[in-house]
Ligand binder design. Sequence first.
Ligand code: NI
Length: 205
Amino acid sequence: MANPTPARPNPTRKVLWIGAAVILLMAGWGTLGWYLTGGFKMAHEMPSVGGPFELIGTDGQTVTDRDFAGKPRAMFFGFTYCPDVCPTTLADVGTWLKALGDKADDIRFIFVSIDPERDTPQLIKDYLSAFDPRITGLTGSVQQVDAIKRNYRVYAKKVPTEDGDYTMDHTAGVYLFDKNGTFAGTVDYTEPAETAVKKIEAVLN
Ligand code: NI
């Protein structure tokens, strides 16, 4: 019985391997090219979150980002008629403030209305009186609120209700900014207090 012929390099297979290597190399080069040109540029053109704003405080006074200069900020957006997300977040903020102890003095918590047509300064003041007094409430003209929504990448939209009124669909979560006003991430809606406080402490340093 003859032994099977020992395997010899198969020229066809070799060509296929070289072909595969060339394709992989080209794909790799293409990805690098995309990253260095389009992708890289795109990453740098990512819209930033935050920046200057001008709004109205609960005493009817003008309040701007400059009033918080040099202090870290935690900002959240909602409306006083909100049935669930806003009261829950405001109660959570109270819990975080207590957990922060003395460190709470080093950060400002700001509630911004995204329903300026209904949320007057007085209404915001009355509404916030049920929560931690260290929370700053802000509203504004429709134009002022539109501007901060745009610059802070906040989604908010009127949703008609059956009774002819409306509610607001809006971004949940708390936006954190360091003392330079640089966006430093978010605390998610109903995030456990333990991780929320850790995130807040991180922007204090
Ligand atoms: Ni809400």
